[in-house]
Design a protein around this ligand. Structure first.
Ligand code: SF4
Length: 323
């Protein structure tokens, strides 16, 4: 007999949402949403607020850390994260009201859990509407993180937003090797297209950084690979480069380990052993990658992506910084 589960909270909202559109591989659904701005209280994240217009992400990166977020919707099959995409219900007036809670010098992160410029954005324009509504903000720091060249569509808006605020875009590029990227990030835009977006944004005066996150041990961690990304970033005009080592929570392991077994079976044993103790790698390896990235930055001449609050630049017009 089928067991009936009583859905509560966001899982109930998700179940009540309708189908917006269907593609061959992906179904878009609405997600009734009370709040768009999420307050971040943890000192471990450099944001005061976060905004994620979509739940789930069509890019389907094999290492994606955000797959667990579909568990809250009671969608426990990890593949649903990339095929059942929820677009939050948009209401401009309600969002503008929410923005009144944001104070000068605070930091808003857009795309902290899923990609704000994934293919759904071409249809639903939620991220664009967020940016348009934010034009009324003053002296706020806004950080946009994406793996999509679609971000350059909003170049004009980002430039306008930067007149009164500190706006920074970060493109994630783990490798310049197209074949490797196709394997690890199967539905994301090609690395060269992402770098073109960096060029377009920086040419318009937008501050752009590139991160090679996550560094995949034995797969993307070579000096040649990381330096290739750093050089391409520098050539495209990026002013920051960074890279952190992969972490794998259980929901991510459920997808990543079968991927390694299929494509890199020779590494599976080491992966299993390394992540048996926890989601984060400890010991000399993370230190080695940190040192390698520092050396590459020095050689290429591109500074670090420093997200420490104390090092964040001052938004235009700011009289003082709170951190
Ligand atoms: S782009 Fe980001 S959120 Fe989307 S699947 Fe890849 S890692 Fe996950």
């Amino acid at each position: 007999m089928q067991q009936l589960v009583r859905l509560v909270g966001i899982a109930r909202f998700a179940a009540e949402g309708g189908v917006l559109a269907q593609k061959q591989r992906v179904e878009y659904r609405t997600l009734p949403t009370r709040k768009w701005l999420n307050r971040c209280h943890s000192r471990r994240v450099p944001f005061d607020w976060s905004i994620n217009p979509y739940r789930g992400c069509e890019y389907g990166c094999k290492y994606c850390y955000a797959r667990f977020t579909h568990d809250y919707l009671e969608r426990h099959d990890p593949s649903l994260f990339e095929t059942e995409i929820y677009a939050k219900d948009w209401n401009t007036d309600a969002f503008v009201q929410e923005l009144k809670a944001v104070k000068a010098d605070q930091i808003i992160g857009i795309g902290t859990a899923t990609d704000p410029y994934q293919p759904a954005e071409r249809r639903f324009l939620l991220t664009r509407q967020v940016l348009e509504s934010m034009l009324q903000l003053r002296r706020v720091s806004i950080f946009i993180t994406t793996k999509s060249n679609l971000v350059s569509r909003d170049c004009d808006l980002i430039v306008k937003l930067s007149e009164w605020n500190e706006v920074r875009v970060t493109l994630t590029v783990t490798t310049m090797d197209r074949d490797l990227a196709r394997m690890t990030e199967p539905y994301a835009p090609r690395p060269d297209l992402r770098m073109k977006a960096v060029s377009r944004l920086t040419a318009a005066g937008v501050r752009v950084g590139v991160i090679a996150n996550p560094v995949l041990p034995l797969i993307t961690d070579s000096e040649e690979n990381l330096e290739g990304v750093a050089k391409a970033a520098k050539e495209a005009g990026a002013d920051q480069f960074g890279a952190n080592v992969l972490f794998l929570k259980p929901a991510a392991q459920r997808v990543f380990f079968p991927f390694v077994a299929e494509k890199f079976p020779q590494h599976l044993g080491r992966y299993r052993a390394s992540f048996a103790q926890g989601a984060y790698l400890k010991g000399p390896y993370p230190d080695r990658i940190r040192n390698l990235v520092n050396q590459i930055r020095t050689r290429v001449g591109i500074p670090s992506r420093d997200m420490e609050r104390a090092s964040l630049p001052k938004p235009p017009g700011s009289q003082m910084m709170l951190f």
